[in-house]
Design a protein around this ligand. Structure first.
Ligand SMILES: Cc1ncc(COP(=O)(O)O)c(C=O)c1O
Length: 340
């Protein structure tokens, strides 16, 4: 029950809400949006999602602003990325209108779970697309399920806006250069789990993956993109195997607006030595500053500081300000959900 939630203590985890929405693609077309109060979905035992990984998802948030309004942040980009993910693994694409109607409906139906402004918590929105039709041969399904559930969450990294330690990974690849790293499909996360859990056990908040081909360049952090700051420049990796983060894309623009130079290019591991600040960014991570990066195999440690750097702090406040309606949204990134 929403009234029992201690908003300030919420972890980034699953919390049951009252409703979710679902829509099936059958006989060559998308059907009507259905409302469900069940947390379970009936799945055919031969569904392609279970056997061949036909599955993609998204993650965005609804933010309660200081003015009481509820805003979505760049939902069109999530819709586009889900279409790209569907295209990448031959699933039926979800039209933007269906995507928008489904997320708005899921948020409105669970409005009491939208955390109040100032608590640091938000309502996380999880759209999911799966191949629900049966196949035994390796083929795309003929039926798909698109659904959206929401859950109130606190910060992804327990420390919130406090620097965390990150472990550089050399013995596991998250995604191949021409594989599925650039789309948001479950297989990428399965591939990274072993390294991520090991890092947690060793006391790190996250991992940092390298490019799979040469092991020379930074790819991205577990659930987030990577950036480094030096000489008034925002630098972030260019790679075919990283997920194009909407947060990162937005931070590049905010950095420009703040007068920084922005570079998206290959970032060699040795360059870690030269950064004044580094961070992980994403919807869940927002900006999580990095305290140190440990490269165990090479016996190296890169230290950035116990406190968040000046530039990361500025970027963080600007991004959150736009999302919460306290800073002018001059790029038209937010959409107010009326009536809640
Ligand atoms: C692998 C990966 N990289 C980066 C991101 C950050 O992307 P975004 O800023 O769009 O949430 C995410 C989270 O969605 C992710 O799972």
């Amino acid at each position: 029950m929403a009234k029992d939630i201690n908003w300030g203590e919420l972890p980034f985890g699953y919390y049951k809400t009252d409703y979710n929405v679902r829509c099936y693609y059958r006989d060559g077309k998308w059907g009507e949006l259905e409302i469900s109060s069940s947390e379970y979905i009936p799945v055919h035992m031969a569904a392609t999602t279970l056997h061949y990984g036909q599955e993609a998802f998204e993650g965005l948030k609804a933010y309660r602003g200081k003015d009481g309004k509820v805003r979505l942040f760049r939902w069109e980009e999530n819709a586009k990325r889900l279409r790209n993910s569907a295209h990448g693994i031959l699933m039926k694409e979800v039209p933007d209108e269906l995507f928008y109607n489904a997320i708005v409906k899921a948020v409105k139906l669970n409005a009491e779970y939208i955390p109040p402004y100032g608590t640091g918590a938000t309502l996380y929105i999880r759209p999911l697309l799966i191949g629900s039709g049966p196949q035994v041969g390796v083929k795309p399904a003929n039926e798909y399920l698109f659904m959206v559930f929401v859950t109130p969450v606190g910060p992804y990294f327990k420390t919130g806006f406090k620097p965390v330690d990150v472990e550089l990974v050399r013995d596991v690849d998250r995604a191949a250069p021409l594989g599925t790293g650039h789309i948001k499909v479950g297989g990428n996360y399965a591939a990274g789990l072993r390294a991520t859990e090991r890092a947690h056990q060793r006391g790190f908040a996250s991992v940092l993956f390298l490019d799979a081909r040469e092991k020379k360049y930074i790819d991205e952090a577990g659930p987030a993109n990577f950036f480094g700051i030096k000489n008034n420049t925002y630098i972030t990796p260019k790679s075919t195997s990283i997920l194009p983060s909407i947060t990162n894309m937005s931070l590049e623009q905010i950095a420009k607006d703040l007068g920084l130079t922005v570079e998206r290019r290959k970032v060699p591991v040795e360059e870690l030595e030269t950064f004044e600040e580094t961070g992980a960014c994403g919807t869940a991570a927002i900006i999580t500053p990095i305290r140190k990066i440990v490269d165990n195999d090479m016996g190296k440690e890169y230290f950035y500081g116990d406190e968040a750097g000046e530039v990361s702090t500025k970027l963080y406040h600007n991004l959150r300000g736009i999302q919460e309606g306290t800073i002018e949204d001059k790029h038209n990134w937010t959409t107010v959900i009326e009536g809640i």
